[in-house]
Write a protein that binds this ligand. Structure first.
Ligand code: HEM
Length: 479
């Protein structure tokens, strides 16, 4: 098995950077018992992991709701997510927590409905289509930079909140490119309320209590969801009318692409409900994840002067060049993001349930077993990475990158249910990071201790207060 080397490109980096080990919980000496585990899962699921999970390829765990197997071995992961994927469905807990009622959207659909949607939606997230969204991503980045530039030089801002606002802005510009209409502010407020209240794992979920038993946190969400659905339906209806009247005059944003999308096999369109569910799904799946990638990248670069300088040199050279292919030319910037989501994968665990018995890692696996593949553990696994806890974007540059096993690095999952938005997310994060790095120097606020907190996504606990200073005049003009 290939292992990921922490080598980098020595020719390009004459002074190898001092190794930086960013904050992370020290793995426990022994795995937690079941009651302590439930408590820890609620508080910060990242603090549950024990040393043996980072050392052994497969660990079996007895649970009150059955049997769990923690799988952190590339060949076994490939078996579950790709070769025998048909035997492993998404488990109800993850679907419930992540998709919060978006049952007709791609993230939570299963079986034939998922197949049809995936092939219908695939062209929308293919490379060419994603590249057509680059100008909207740049405009959102410039808007953020303009907002920051208006703060006093040296002001402290919550960078995590700022980049979350930015990723929503990007989705707004790429899905509804002609704006949210009269109720824009109310729409944004309902959206924020909705996404803030989903995502807490209810103890009822962990006990396996069925869906029809209401979860208090979710009751509060219903009115936001209803407002949302109505607002999106209005926008769908208005766009349909425009498409019927004069298709040439309609923007080619995600809304139009969704309404126009045809199943390549049957030629059928999606229902209005599926279009709406997928809009909500893209917002749910795409905003916090991408925001966390940006927040962690900015934090890590602020702690690693050598890598910050390399990223600055690259963005100073490239930022004014044509937008066509820009994200592809920003290789060091992108490597910093890939390394950030290795250390802090926004989706820190992926889970599946075996629908029939199987053999995994040479041992029998019972039907109904819960299979947990945690990118957080996999990406720091002692058998797979050199200096796994060290920040080193060099792993993702040149030949070093080629030695990373496809199934040892899973920020976007793998197999048929791999993230459909990965190219979108990486392009967005690269362009936005480049704009920010070209214009500002960010320093962590004094006395703020950064800590990773796993609440649906892996985010910096309590936000990311940073002092923002303008860089030099040349960079200002380029931005
Ligand atoms: C850095 C940002 C992102 C990360 C780390 C991420 C991660 C993931 C992961 C790990 C999965 C697979 C889950 C599993 O197998 O159980 C997934 C699925 C998915 N993601 Fe992303 N994602 C990101 C951004 C986005 C964006 C921007 C969008 C859409 C605009 C998106 C839409 C989806 C959808 C629809 C699925 C379900 C795909 C399917 O089941 O066919 N994601 N994502």
């Amino acid at each position: 098995m290939a292992s990921a080397q922490a080598s980098g490109d020595p020719a390009a980096a004459p002074n190898p950077p001092k190794p930086y080990r960013p904050p992370a919980p020290t793995p426990r000496l022994r795995p937690l018992g079941i009651l302590a585990l439930i408590g820890a899962l609620r508080h910060n699921a990242l603090e549950c992991w024990a040393a043996e999970h980072f050392e052994r390829p497969i660990v079996r765990v007895p649970l009150p709701i059955g049997h769990a197997v923690l799988v952190h071995e590339p060949a076994a992961i490939r078996h579950v997510l790709l070769d025998n994927a048909a035997n492993y469905r998404k488990d109800a807990l993850q679907r419930r927590v992540l998709s919060a009622g978006l049952s007709d959207g791609l993230l939570s659909a299963e079986g034939e409905q998922w197949h049809v949607q995936r092939r219908t939606l695939a062209p929308m997230f293919a490379r060419r289509s994603v590249m057509s969204f680059a100008p909207a991503m740049m405009e959102a980045a410039q808007a953020l930079a303009a907002r920051w530039a208006r703060h006093a030089d040296g002001a402290t801002i919550d960078v995590a909140a700022e980049v979350t606002r930015l990723t929503l802005d990007v989705l707004e510009r790429t899905i509804f490119s002609d704006g949210l209409g009269r109720d824009a502010e109310q729409f944004r407020l309902a959206m924020t309320a909705y996404f803030n209240s989903i995502g807490r794992i209810s103890p009822l979920d962990l006990m396996g209590v069925p869906d029809f038993v209401p979860r208090i946190a979710r009751l509060n969400v219903r009115s936001s969801l209803r407002f949302f659905e109505a607002a999106i339906d209005t926008m769908i209806a208005a766009r349909r009318a425009r498409l019927a009247a004069n298709p040439a005059d309609v923007p080619r944003d995600i809304l139009t692409l969704l309404l126009d999308a045809l199943d390549p096999e049957t030629g059928e369109r999606m229902t209005a409900q599926e279009v709406r569910s997928n809009i909500l799904t893209f917002i749910a799946a795409g905003h916090e994840t991408t925001a966390n990638s940006l927040a962690w990248s900015l934090f890590l670069l602020s702690q690693s002067p050598a890598w910050r300088e390399r990223v600055e040199a690259e963005v100073d050279r490239e930022i004014g060049s044509p937008i066509e292919g820009l994200a592809d030319r920003l290789t060091v910037t992108r490597a910093a993001i890939e390394e950030a989501i290795r250390l802090y994968p926004p989706i820190a665990a992926i889970s599946r349930v075996a629908t029939a018995g199987d053999t995994l890692g040479g041992e029998p696996l019972r039907r109904g077993s819960l299979v947990v593949i945690a990118p957080y553990v996999l990406h720091r696994h002692r058998r797979l990475w050199d200096d796994p806890d060290v920040f080193d974007p060099g792993r993702f540059l040149g030949d070093a990158r080629k030695s990373i096993d496809r199934f040892a690095y899973l920020p976007f999952g793998a197999g048929p249910r791999t993230c459909i938005g990965s190219a979108f997310a990486l392009q967005e994060a690269t362009l936005v990071l480049a704009v920010i790095m070209s214009r500002f120097t960010l320093t962590l606020a004094p006395r703020h201790a950064v800590w990773p907190l796993l609440r649906v996504t892996l985010r910096p606990e309590g936000g990311l207060p940073m002092t923002v200073r303008l860089r030099n005049a040349r960079a200002q003009q380029a931005g």
